[in-house]
Design a protein around this ligand. Structure first.
Ligand SMILES: [Zn+2]
Length: 259
């Protein structure tokens, strides 16, 4: 697993790797944190991510699918105001996801466009979100990833990521729309892809149906569905390799190559 120290130390160097080059960094005044679009292309792993997470009925559908595939892990990006309301409707729901090894990332408290916030307001919003998450989990989880509402990477959002040691996270495959469309996109996957779903299941966006089809698809190919932290481990490993370190030497590389 990646330590918080690895994350903090990697901030600057990680900006140089291929995974982070899509955004024109010149558009940002102050890019103070890594921006992740996908993981390493070298390892057979992908990450399923779920934004918003407001509807208990859809979360139950996701929970059922994941219970049928205990080897698959996902990352949830719930908004802060969904944390308490969902927990009131089904106490312990978030805890059940957490205890089964799924990961949580920040997606703002109110789903506002954070580009309109002052930088310190985003930091406060993150702290409020983390506090709400800690309340429903009964423990403070380690959070590594943040995805801005509407996928808008802005200076205030990046400031918060820098202050709190988070990786700004977007995606390489959009998982919205009818499941036949989504599966067409998924069949053209590459290793390391990050798929953005929402907790939706309705005629125009069948994210749960797509999930139930995509997990067996990847299983059949020997591609593991992992959390973003597991996917990011591969990015860090590539980072070490590109710095001339030995491949596959594991955690010792943290000391050998980064200090
Ligand atoms: Zn959202």
């Amino acid at each position: 697993m990646i330590t918080r120290r690895d994350f903090l130390k990697l901030g600057g160097a990680a900006l140089l790797t291929a995974a982070f080059t899509k955004l024109k960094l010149s558009q940002l005044n102050n890019p103070t944190a890594p921006i992740l679009y996908h993981g390493s292309r070298r390892y057979p792993r992908v990450a399923f991510t779920y934004d918003d997470c407001q509807l208990v009925t859809r979360l139950h559908m996701l929970e059922d699918i994941l219970n049928q595939h205990p080897e698959a892990h996902v990352t949830l990006f719930p908004v802060g105001n969904a944390l308490a309301t969902v927990d009131q409707k089904d106490p312990g729901l978030w805890k059940r996801f957490y205890e089964k090894g799924h990961e949580f990332g920040y997606h703002s408290f109110y789903h506002d466009n954070l580009a309109l916030y002052k930088p310190q307001q985003v930091v406060n919003d993150y702290d409020k979100w983390l506090n709400a998450l800690t309340q429903v989990l009964g423990t403070q989880p380690t959070v590594h990833f943040a995805r801005p509402p509407y996928d808008i990477i802005s200076d205030p959002f990046m400031y918060m990521c820098g202050q709190r040691g988070l990786v700004a996270t977007l995606f390489s495959i959009g998982g919205g729309g009818p499941s036949s469309y989504v599966m067409n996109a998924i069949r053209k996957y590459q290793n390391g892809d990050i798929i953005q779903f929402h907790t939706r299941e309705q005629p125009d966006s069948q994210d749960m149906t797509s999930t139930s089809q995509a997990i067996p698809f990847f299983n059949g190919l020997g591609v593991r569905c992992v959390t973003l932290s597991q996917l990011y481990d591969d990015v860090l490993r590539d980072q070490f390799n590109s710095n001339g370190c030995e491949v596959g030497a594991g955690a010792s590389l943290t000391r050998t190559c980064l200090e």
